[in-house]
Design a protein around this ligand. Structure first.
Ligand code: DLL
Length: 435
């Protein structure tokens, strides 16, 4: 099923000519209305009329999260506040949040893209959508909510937290779709077992999970534990919120990025150079329909690659590969680049390991040390020391083979690692506290 056939299956040439037209309008708009853009274009000697083809996009400067912080709260808004009907903000780990404002049309477009996303994930009118993304400044709750209503499904505005109540509602209301972070879905499964509920037997059939990195192995784990299809959804508040891209249920291979609203590019994060299609690098997004805060070449810091091959579902919009992490999540351990998702893949292929882990990085003198703490199931934990030792060695060796990094592995008792109702905290880097 496709929500909006007219746009989702446009031939490539039609997508590109629409993109060019909308890009030109956006560039005109920001040049006229946002001093930050006018100044940065002027510095490079670029005028809106210089954008004559999609390739000219590469002449424009990048926009960074720091630029949004520097213009806190409303400096990048391209319309007067009277036209802004909603304000969200993303909580950074440090400092002030990034603020985003939406006009009525922005909310309408976002709702449309979330409706497309729900349908791409195999859900529709008649579904009962249990929305456990947080409602509030975070875009997950309200973004999913509006899209679910647009599709005509029945949405339960659960928000995050209160896990036992979530389970009760899920059972009693017959929820068929679960929307939350992937880590929270596993927490729900674990809590269900504790409550004596067989979550596999509930009516749930699809989960739409995003807002944090997760691996293919974690998908398999979730699909098996909850007996559902687990679909990956991508988004970021600066661009919109959830619904910038989503996997289709037919292929579950790469996330269609709605190209009639966004232009994606992949760059080398070190040099800023645009990479050819298919190469892995940092995703850069230009919004071409947004009114509140249009963003030109926004550096997402997310690492992926673009796939333009046709998809079995019939949608023509390019896909991004499952995100392998953020360039700023990348840990450098004794000079080696390590993404938490790579370690996750190793852990989840070991029998007896539970999907809860944390990476602890310290500096011992001049040397970085990495400790991988991972939970093992009850039965494994009570096994002989020899078996546990064997498991520890295997994980250490697999990580060494994959990444070339020696680490310490600590198997911990079930439920030792803190659970999260939203984004999981996978890395504790104590090196940043020193200096
Ligand atoms: O997390 C929006 C969202 C809500 C997306 C619900 C999906 C579902 P922010 O809080 O601004 O917005 O965080 C955005 O989260 O740049 C990625 O690093 C990460 N992220 C989001 N979706 C995925 C995903 C929301 N599917 C940041 N896979 C992004 C990996 C993801 N990382």
């Amino acid at each position: 099923m496709i929500w909006n056939d007219d746009f989702e299956t446009l031939p490539r040439e039609a997508i590109e000519s629409l993109q060019l037209k909308r890009l030109q309008q956006t560039v005109e708009k920001v040049y006229a209305a946002v001093p930050f853009y006018r100044d940065s274009f002027n510095k490079l000697g670029i005028k809106p009329a210089d954008i004559k083809s999609l390739a000219d996009l590469q002449r424009l400067p990048f926009t960074l999260k720091q630029d949004m912080r520097d213009s806190y709260p409303y400096g990048l808004f391209a319309v007067p506040l009277e036209q802004i009907v909603r304000i969200h903000a993303s909580s950074g780990t440090t400092g002030k949040p990034t603020v985003v404002g939406y006009t009525r049309r922005d909310i309408d477009n976002w709702t449309e893209l979330m409706a497309r996303s729900f349908v791409a994930a195999g859900t529709n009118r008649g579904d009962i959508i249990h929305n456990a993304y947080g409602y509030g400044l975070f875009t997950g709750g309200l973004g999913a909510h509006y899209g679910a209503e647009r599709v005509g499904a029945s949405v339960i505005p659960m928000s995050g937290g209160n896990t036992k109540k979530q389970l009760m509602i899920m059972q009693d209301f017959g929820s068929t779709v679960l929307t939350c972070t992937p880590s929270y879905s596993l927490y729900l499964a674990e809590a269900a077992t504790e409550e004596g509920i067989d979550i596999r037997k509930l009516k749930l059939k699809v989960g739409i999970f995003g807002a944090e990195p997760w691996s293919e192995k974690m998908r398999q784990e979730i699909e098996a534990k909850l007996n559902i299809k687990a679909i990956d959804i991508y988004g970021l508040s600066e661009i919109l919120g959830p619904g910038v891209g989503i996997e289709c249920i037919e292929a579950q291979n790469g996330l269609h990025l709605w190209e009639d609203h966004f232009i994606p590019e992949i760059i080398n994060p070190e040099t800023g150079e645009v990479l050819p299609d298919g190469e892995k690098g940092e995703l850069v997004i230009t919004t071409i329909t947004k009114e509140g805060i249009p963003l030109i070449r926004y550096r997402t810091r997310d690492i992926t690659r673009l796939m333009k091959e046709p998809c079995v579902c019939g949608r023509t919009h390019a896909r991004i590969e499952r995100l392998s992490g953020r360039s700023d999540d990348m840990l450098i351990i004794r000079g080696v680049n390590v993404f938490p998702s790579q370690i996750e893949s190793v852990l989840f292929s070991v029998e007896g390991v539970e999907p809860h882990y944390q990476l602890i990085v310290e500096r011992d003198g001049n040397l970085d040390t990495l400790e991988v703490q991972v939970e093992v199931n009850e039965q494994t934990f009570s096994d002989e020391i020899k078996i546990l030792q064997g498991m520890t060695n295997r994980i250490r060796k697999d990580i060494k083979d994959l990444l070339g990094v020696t680490c310490k592995v600590r198997l911990v008792e079930p439920k030792t690692i803190a659970r999260s109702e939203g984004k999981a905290k996978r890395v504790i880097d104590n090196r940043r506290n020193e200096s």
